[in-house]
Write a protein that binds this ligand. Structure first.
Ligand code: ADP
Ligand code: MG
Length: 773
């Protein structure tokens, strides 16, 4: 028994990071043999051959070989890009539902397009999911000629796409779209009252580009759909009370300004002012949540730093991008609390109608595959959350980039000085330099320093993705210094010598050692470090990279603030003691672990919500697609029903019943979401010491959910009885059936309520400390 368990355990532990590629490699010669024959065929012949492959099952090995050969020929003919053997391996990896790891510049765009064709020919609809709208459009248009040769229809969606165009786009075999765009469509589809208004077909295949970024980094980002409702639900009483509270006496904040809490003195002031309630027992939960948001708005959000008040409205400043975040708002309670703090009238307040996390969105596809330059580092996460395996594809030409050892300094100012010196020295010969910073603010600070030192640089400041792509495409030109965040301009190819293919410029860049990448600090994961490094040395080009770090960097402060003492530094503050690097790596691992922990924890909550939503949608679909609602009304309100039938056509009556029932269902779901948010927040506050807040969450969430369908039916019957038919037809509004007058969608990227991060870090640090003892 024990040995069997041991064996299994060992198998799991020793499971390789990559799936075996031999079975794909074996097919390469056969694919190559088809090349000459296909090259002589006409375009029409090629299309016909592809059509003949169309099947409603899976490709046989012969069909797979033929498909790969056709794909290679189509790429060659349409784009002048004959897919390399490694790209063929990538295509087969994607068709086998893996996440393929292929370095930056290895040509994943073509690989993804060919795999999409392969799925399409096997009778599956494919969504090619990009990280932003710009890339979705670029890739679809770039690859369109390949799709056309193979007779596969393709289109893309972006925010400006109209409803009718969207339906067409999703009607194609392959649709490119940003993850947010497709997610928002899914949310909108879930709230239609006529089946015909839906734009998305049933999800079938998702091929995710930059898979680690979407599936891991953004996994827990909620896509939200909100609708306007009557304003005036602000707890002004609470706002007024909280405004009088004083720091140190009534409340405390933590050093990084992320959390604020009432002191016992503060609690009793608030409790007294609210009429002697007990904030901390079950009945005070709602009030406690209101006090908490008000305190958050009062103590942690500063006017002109975190938000502006403009035209009588609160506008968020995105602190990492340093500009007004047009479409973003805080979670609703907080938005209202800040408005109350500024004594503004409540804005056209949104009520969250529905939401879905990126992870849950992807989970809706029965077939998922992905591609990225850095997958191995998240292999465990991909396995745990998506049951995906990684296939590591070697580069077409070996990578010769030189990664220099990290340069570590005592303080950030010493580090910054050294970075400027390094840039200035390397720039002297004209070697192109790409500097990767942590955020826009840091980019701008560095640019200022470089300008002072007499150096000219280009800064990417996240204005828009297309502009960024244009700038980053030139980063390989000799004499260029480009300063950018890690994310900026991703997906854009950096050619040595610049985007205009100029042999002399390219030769010069090569001679100088290729692109030199400088990281100004280590990122929250080594995978992100590698992504930045990967910008240099593409397709066997020369290139180099180096990271600078200081022992006071945010990463160190978050992950391992107790820096070892007595590390010797030189006059410039540089530390060469290997203990410094060990400490830095340790801090990074702690932060990586914490992020994984947060991911896991968020999933625990969202999984329950997703399951409830999905159960409810099954019922909602029944109401939408059948006459269930009408039958229910007839059973409950026979007289009224017959009366109205006489006045209305069968169809109008059925639609009326449907709209009433859907209205109540959607309303109750929206209320349920708000309830869950409150529960989670108050549990969080009460349960800091407890082990299992998630159990408590379940205890509250499950019974409430089970009431929804019956409540919706009961309310619908009441509304039905109240609905009048006037000369203008059925007066649903008169009976209170008012759907939101406008709806909007947004992503919640920086949730200021997110104390999860701090919790997770504490936990991980604690565990590690125990282990070390
Ligand atoms: P990735 O997404 O893997 O970083 P891209 O798809 O952006 O890479 O491609 C990088 C560059 O390589 C592009 O300029 C593309 O045109 C080129 N490329 C891709 N595949 C081939 C090929 N088989 N032959 C020639 N050039 C190719
Ligand atoms: Mg790419």
């Amino acid at each position: 028994m024990r040995t069997r368990v041991g064996k299994r355990l060992r198998r799991i532990i020793e499971r390789p990071a990559s799936v075996e590629l031999t079975k794909y490699e074996k097919l390469l010669p056969a694919i190559g043999e088809r090349e000459d024959d296909l090259r002589d065929r006409s375009d029409d012949d090629l299309g016909r051959a592809a059509r003949e492959l169309r099947t409603d099952g899976d490709f046989s090995t012969e069909q797979l070989i033929e498909f790969c050969a056709l794909g290679r020929e189509a790429g060659r003919r349409a784009l002048g890009e004959r897919a390399f053997d490694v790209q063929m391996l990538g295509v087969m990896g994607l068709l086998s539902q893996h996440v393929v790891q292929m370095a930056t510049g290895e040509g994943k765009t073509l690989v993804g397009a060919l795999a999409a064709c392969g799925h399409a020919l096997q009778d599956k609809r494919v969504h090619l999911i990009s990280v932003n709208d710009y890339l979705a459009k670029r890739d679809a248009e770039w690859m369109r000629p390949v799709f056309e040769l193979l007779g596969v229809s393709v289109d893309w969606v972006e925010p400006a796409t109209t409803h009718a165009e969207r339906k067409d786009a999703y009607g194609c075999d392959v649709t490119y779209g940003a993850v947010s765009e497709i997610g928002f469509d899914m949310l909108r589809d879930r709230l239609v009252t006529k089946a015909d208004d839906r734009v998305l077909p049933r999800p079938e295949v998702a091929i995710v580009d930059e898979a680690d970024s979407v599936l891991v980094d953004e996994a827990r980002v909620p896509l939200v759909m909100a609708g306007s409702v009557d304003a005036g639900v602000v707890d002004e009483e609470v706002a007024k009370i909280v405004r009088r509270l004083r720091l140190g006496l009534h409340y405390e904040t933590d050093s990084d300004g992320k959390n604020a809490w009432l002191t016992p003195a503060g609690s009793s002031v608030v409790e007294k002012a609210l009429g002697g309630i007990d904030l901390y027992d079950e009945s005070g939960a709602e009030r406690l949540a209101a006090v908490n948001v008000a305190l958050h708005a009062h103590a942690l959000l500063a006017r002109d730093v975190d938000y502006l008040v403009r035209d009588g409205k609160v506008q968020l400043i995105n602190t990492s991008r340093g500009r007004v975040a047009e479409l973003q708002r805080w979670p609703d309670g907080l938005q209202a609390a800040v408005e109350a703090k500024e004594q503004l009238p409540p804005s056209d307040r949104g009520e969250v109608l529905d939401s879905i996390t990126v992870q849950a969105l992807i989970a809706r596809y029965p077939v998922v595959a992905g591609m990225t330059g850095t997958a191995v580092a998240v292999a465990e996460t991909l396995r745990e959350f998506y049951k995906l395996e990684v296939a590591v594809i070697p580069p077409n030409t070996p990578n010769i980039r030189v990664d220099e050892p990290d340069r570590i300094f005592t303080s950030p100012s010493q580090k910054l000085r050294a970075i400027v010196a390094e840039i200035s020295q390397v720039h002297e010969e004209g070697r192109p330099i790409l500097v990767g910073t942590q955020d826009v603010a840091e980019s701008e600070e560095l640019a200022e320093k470089l300008t002072k030192a007499g150096l000219t640089c280009t800064v990417l400041n996240a204005r828009n993705d297309a502009e960024e792509a244009e700038i980053i495409a030139e980063a390989g030109k000799p004499g260029t210094i480009t300063v950018s965040t890690q994310m900026a301009g991703r997906g854009t190819d950096i050619k040595l010598g610049g985007s205009a293919v100029d042999a002399a410029e390219r030769d010069k860049a090569v001679e100088l050692g290729g692109l030199y990448v400088i990281g100004t600090a280590r990122y929250p994961s080594s995978r992100l470090d590698d992504q930045l490094r990967g910008r240099a040395g593409r397709q066997g080009d020369p290139g180099g990279s180096v990271f600078f770090a200081s022992l006071e960097d945010d990463l160190v402060m978050a992950g391992a603030p107790d820096v070892p003492e007595g590390l010797a530094a030189d006059d410039d503050g540089e530390i060469t003691d290997p203990a410094a690097l060990r400490h830095l790596n340790h801090a990074q691992r702690v932060v990586e672990g914490a992020n994984q922990e947060i991911h896991r924890n968020t999933w625990r909550y969202t999984r329950l919500i997703e399951r409830q939503r999905s159960d409810l949608l099954t019922f909602r679909d029944e109401v939408l697609l059948t006459d269930t609602a009408a039958e229910h009304m007839r059973a409950e309100e026979r007289e009224r029903y017959d009366e109205l039938a006489e006045q209305l056509s069968e169809e109008t009556l059925a639609q009326m019943c449907r709209e009433i029932m859907l209205f109540h269902l959607d309303q109750l779901w929206s209320d349920h979401l708000a309830f869950l948010a409150d529960v989670r927040e108050s549990i969080h506050l009460r349960a800091l010491g407890k082990e299992t807040p998630i159990d408590e969450f379940h205890r509250a969430a499950i019974p409430e959910f089970h009431k929804i369908i019956n409540e919706a039916k009961d309310s619908a019957v009441k509304t039905f009885a109240d609905t009048e038919v006037t000369d203008d037809g059925v007066d649903l509004a008169g009976a209170g059936v008012k759907r939101p007058t406008s709806t909007w969608t947004y992503l919640v990227h920086d949730n200021p309520f997110d104390s999860d991060a701090e919790q997770a870090l504490k936990k991980i640090r604690g565990t590690l400390r125990k282990k070390r003892r």
